[in-house]
Design a protein around this ligand. Structure first.
Ligand SMILES: CC(C)(COP(=O)(O)OP(=O)(O)OC[C@H]1O[C@@H](n2cnc3c(N)ncnc32)[C@H](O)[C@@H]1OP(=O)(O)O)[C@@H](O)C(=O)NCCC(=O)NCCS
Length: 149
């Protein structure tokens, strides 16, 4: 991270980290489905610790779960002090990516085969986040209807 990535407090701007997460998630999704994808939503982005100018960022992205045309990709961000080699976990993000056909329309993506216990846990937790997301949307719609909005 260089000075062009800084915010006014002198740390790395959160938007820079978000962009890198979006790009890493996009690559993981394209590798999984072998076609075009688009970001439908960034569902969660946590900033655990600030990133300093001069640190090296690594974004590790993995497809956690696949539904019909959409998939959830988790991204873990680590900052490394290149002088000492010390690494810190600084962010986690969850993004929903949608597979697109040649006309740019949502298209089914290949199923995910979770092989390890960790992969199965990530898949379960992704299902939980999707369930919560859909339930939140339903609650908001019901609330608006009740208020006549
Ligand atoms: C994402 C997009 C393709 C979805 O189009 P759509 O007409 O809503 O398509 P559908 O209703 O068929 O939904 C397609 C999938 O996206 C999911 N989806 C749509 N909106 C979503 C949202 N806000 N959050 C999470 N998932 C969403 C749906 O659940 C569905 O998943 P499923 O097939 O696995 O069940 C469309 O909204 C789009 O092109 N958005 C702009 C994307 C973009 O430009 N991204 C770059 C950021 S600038």
């Amino acid at each position: 991270m260089g000075i062009g990535h800084a915010n006014t407090a002198g740390f790395v701007h959160g938007g820079v980290v978000m962009r890198l997460c979006d790009e890493a998630a996009g690559v993981a999704a394209v590798r999984h489905c072998g076609g075009r994808v688009v970001t439908a939503a960034m569902d969660r982005m946590t900033f655990v610790e600030p990133v300093m100018i001069g640190e090296l960022l690594t974004c590790s992205a993995m497809v956690n779960a696949v539904w019909n045309t959409s998939m959830e990709v988790g991204v873990r961000v680590e900052a490394e002090n290149p002088r000492t080699g010390e690494k810190r976990h600084t962010s986690t993000a969850y993004l929903t990516m949608v597979g697109l056909d040649d006309e740019g329309q949502p298209t089914p993506v290949p199923p995910l085969v979770a092989e390890t216990e960790v992969e199965r846990r990530r898949q379960r937790e992704a299902e939980l986040r999707r369930k919560n997301r859909l339930s939140e949307r339903d609650q908001i719609l019901a609330h608006r209807e009740a208020k006549g909005e």
